[in-house]
Design a protein around this ligand. Sequence first.
Ligand code: TXE
Length: 506
Amino acid sequence: MSQVNYLSKVGKWSNPTHIGQLYINGEWVDPSENRTIPVINPAMGETIAEVGLASQKDVQSAILAARQAFDDGVWRSTSPHKRAKLLSKLASKIEDDLNNLAEIETVNNGKTLREAKGDVEEAVKTFRYYAGLATKPTGETFEAEEPFVARVVREPIGVCGQIIPWNYPLLMAAWKLAPALAAGNTCILKPSEITPLTAIRLFELIDEVGFPKGVVNLVNGTGVEAGQPLVESTLVDKIAFTGGTATGKTILEKSVGNLKRVSLELGGKSPNIIFADADYESALDYATFAIFNNAGQVCSAGSRLLVDQKIYDQFIKDLVEVTKKIRVGNGLDPSSEMGSLVSEQQLTKIKNYIEIGKTEGAKLVCGGNRLRTNGLEDGFFIEPTIFVDVKPKSRIAQEEIFGPVLCIIPFETEEEAINIANDSPFGLAAGIFTSDVSKAERVAKAIRAGVTWINTYEQNLIEGPWGGYKESGIGRELGIYGFNEYTEVKQIINTLKVEPTGWFSS
Ligand code: TXE
């Protein structure tokens, strides 16, 4: 089936004519080298589209368009109210297209429709939130010695290269574009080559909204060909990246040419701590949600479950029982509770970690196998998997698996739980389940992570800062924090008395 037929049927994408194209300087253009990359539906293992690949020349065109749009001031000089209006309009268009976008996301990423719809709703909220923030600039003033008056203003940084991953393709595009545009920057978005489809649909909507030419550009392509030129270009002022820690480190190294601003949202190995005095049912429910939601392909997944020795055996028994009931299937099937992994490569990586876990001596008590029956034969499905008695220093407890694999570690005291939780190169998130308010506060403060949830998990508030300590990243997204990451701070000092300094005698 041709890509147009397939996507118009599955995603009800009425006219997906721009799939092979890039969006540069306010226009859909063919890639200069006419090369494409196949896009796979991971639930079926079949090619559903051929997406145009940007060459370095195309990326340069996008950079020049964004540079000119920034330097001309067409966007940064646009009144915040006008910027807000366009961002709100885009939010409404995404909302109107919710079902379509969700289906496209599901067939490209493998997540369930329920998850994909949730992502689209969050993307809408993100654009609305930053539309609101655009009109609320936060300058400061301070008391300066007479005759001076001083104020501090925030200005856009300039041209932003935004490189995003495959686990939340549309939502990550929203997290990047919305604050950057609200603050007056111009953008070049580089989606993951594995999941480019919702970004293409998003840019069709962006085109309808009518941003000034060059303000927002899309280059699809590989990391090396389309991502790296953004990172290395001295015409790009900022790189915002979400992805793996190894790639994040490469990006940091390659960005030094013009000392561009870099924000990185990287991996995690987040601890989820269950104390014996926790509300048992909630703890059980969140322990599964934290790791099996989005098939575990979440940077903040609660992948290390620390369980109080007092309830250890019973909790594991109940957790395994709940986990075995999770319905794994094609994301388009409304009865599926967990979809496929995003790619064969990710499946291979996870299977490899399961083998590592076994050789390290952890006890496999649930799952561990690829699923290949009942219509899942050709897709990249894996059973929700649980290892118990995992050694805190072992590889499966230290490295990001990025799949539905839970590592359970017992602990005896609060201090021991904190030590195990902090014994990680990462520091993105943590969960704490207890009915003791004082203990919850103590542990939340002691854990070195960007977000700590108490008696909940994965509650993401657009208003709050999102980002990690240690090797989980640099900088923060969302809220005013994310907005500020797209601004430079300028101090303006004026004098009310104009006269020479008299410093030199002549
Ligand atoms: O990610 P990459 P991959 C983790 C997860 C996963 C691992 C590898 O553990 O198993 O990373 O996944 C672009 N210059 N996360 O290889 O490479 C690439 O094209 C510029 C966690 O898919 O980090 C894509 O657009 N760009 C993560 C983006 O970087 C480059 C989500 C992410 O790809 C580049 C995804 C280069 N040299 C994976 N190389 C999270 N934090 O949520 C690649 N890219």
